[in-house]
Design a protein around this ligand. Structure first.
Ligand SMILES: *Cc1c(COP(=O)(O)O)cnc(C)c1O
Length: 455
């Protein structure tokens, strides 16, 4: 399948591009998929093959790959003012308007926004904000960051330390002071005979114990995705945030919601924290903030952290941090349009409308004897493959079952993502019923094919 001739796109891709998060043996064998363009939820490769992208790119291309309004917003802003920064008290009018909009649609009555180019940088920025404000308040020892196993918060040195994935050990990460609590995945981590309520209780007890062990006065903050995305769409056990938030409050530990995936509609509401019924102290946003049309991240601080950071900054006359392209005018113009498209042009309504069909499709595929669990909320979901449904025993990882399912899907023109032993689906918000049915039909065929080979 891999065209190995030296001038093929596959060979050229391999010759000079270093792949990240890519299974190299698999690409060696199959060749990279080199893309030329997209149309609605479909993408097209250099050979003219069409793929339905059931992952919205990387969760972010929620308005599809050719949205005319977003393209026009970019073109207009490029013609008007194609680039600027946000340092030294100079910033674009688009940046001002986007900050107002983000605070308006946030769960906060007031707040302030800081811009980055990615979700990783937004998490790094947030951690530096916490370190800075605690130090300014006379508690420089409050530096530890609590997150959870399986959490994904990015790849820069700090955000990778927040991420709770074993692969980061190859970099000697996490850095000291990044502490990972148990992943609140009841199906996988619930003990024999333990109810979901008891499990949630145990997660809260663990948090209390970790705070007692480490000392509350050494902890800067707790960062959590409402639903873990790259961890495999892990929906927290019932009442999880209601159980942990009072503990964090009691110890003065800020709760930060990493909404890079959940934000702007993915879970059926504007924010994941809304879906799960809590109000955090700050929000991290990226990915579909610009519907994937521009690299941009944002830290949205609620009123209390805004005041504290403002005071800390005024004391030394600045917050010494920022990226050259922070608050880029084109990115901000696109984000303003993307928010409008998602919230006011029917995309968010379409998520709500399609969710029952999506979940019914997942539930149907989960009847397969080799699917242990389907889980999800809104338009994000995962199917977890198991060798034995009753005991939840996973397949031998050497079988690479989820990679094989994803490859079998790709062969039929469907892009879905293997994550651990799961297959993850995060369709774009513009999807139609017919496209959703196409997605499930193709995925069902891929499951049948692979399970027939390995089961
Ligand atoms: C993708 C992601 C990030 C990192 O964003 P990048 O733009 O890839 O740096 C952070 N947090 C969550 C929850 C994510 O899904």
């Amino acid at each position: 399948m891999n065209d190995q001739s030296p001038n093929s796109w596959e060979s050229r891709a391999d010759a000079a591009t270093f792949y990240g998060f890519t299974d190299l043996p698999s690409v060696k064998q199959r060749g990279a998929v080199v893309l030329t363009h997209g149309k609605g939820p479909y993408i097209y490769d250099v050979h003219g093959r069409e793929y339905l992208d059931a992952n919205s790119g990387l969760w972010n291309m929620v308005a599809g790959f050719d949205h005319p309004g977003l393209i026009a917003a970019a073109q207009e802003q490029y013609a008007r003012f194609p680039g600027y920064h946000a340092f030294f008290g100079r910033l674009s009018d688009q940046t001002v308007m986007l900050s107002e909009k983000l605070v308006e649609v946030s769960p906060f009555e007031s707040g302030k926004v800081f811009y980055t180019n990615s979700g990783s940088e937004a998490n790094d920025t947030l951690v530096k904000m916490l370190w800075f404000l605690w130090a300014a308040e006379g508690q420089p020892q409050r530096r530890k960051i609590l997150t959870r196993i399986n959490a994904y918060h990015g790849v820069t040195a700090v955000s990778a330390s927040m991420t709770g994935k074993p692969y980061n050990s190859v970099f000697g990460l996490p850095l000291p002071g990044f502490i990972h609590l148990t992943c609140p995945h009841y199906w996988r981590n619930g003990a024999e005979g333990e109810t979901e309520e008891q499990f949630t209780h145990r997660m809260a007890d663990e948090l209390e114990e970790v705070i007692a062990r480490e000392g509350a006065d050494t902890i800067a903050g707790f960062v959590a995705e409402p639903v873990m995305g790259a961890g495999g769409v892990i929906v927290p056990s019932k009442g999880y945030f209601q159980a942990i938030q009072p503990i964090l409050k009691k110890h003065g530990i800020p709760l930060i919601s990493d909404e890079v995936i959940c934000g702007f509609g993915r879970t059926g509401n504007t924010w994941g924290c809304e879906t799960f019924g809590f109000v955090p102290d700050a929000i991290i946003s990226s990915k579909n903030l610009t519907a994937g049309f521009f690299p941009m991240g944002a830290v949205i601080l609620g009123p209390e952290l805004t005041d504290r950071l403002q005071r800390a900054s005024e004391a030394i006359e600045e917050f010494p941090h920022g990226f050259t392209a922070s608050g880029h005018p084109v990115g901000c113009a696109i984000a303003l349009k993307a928010i409008d498209v998602v919230m006011n042009e029917g995309l968010s309504d379409n998520v709500k409308r399609l969710t029952p069909r999506f979940q019914a499709g997942m539930a149907k595929l989960a009847e397969n004897p080799n699917i242990g669990e389907w889980r999800g909320v809104g338009l994000m979901g995962a199917l977890e493959a198991v060798a034995d449904k009753a005991t939840k025993r996973p397949f031998d990882s050497k079988l690479s079952v989820s990679e094989r399912i994803a490859n079998a899907s790709t062969d039929q023109g469907l892009i879905c993502r293997p994550l651990g032993q799961s297959i993850v689906l995060a369709p774009p918000f513009i999807m139609t019923e017919e496209q959703m049915d196409e997605m499930f039909t193709k995925l069902g065929r891929a499951l049948d094919k692979v399970f027939a080979e390995v089961a």
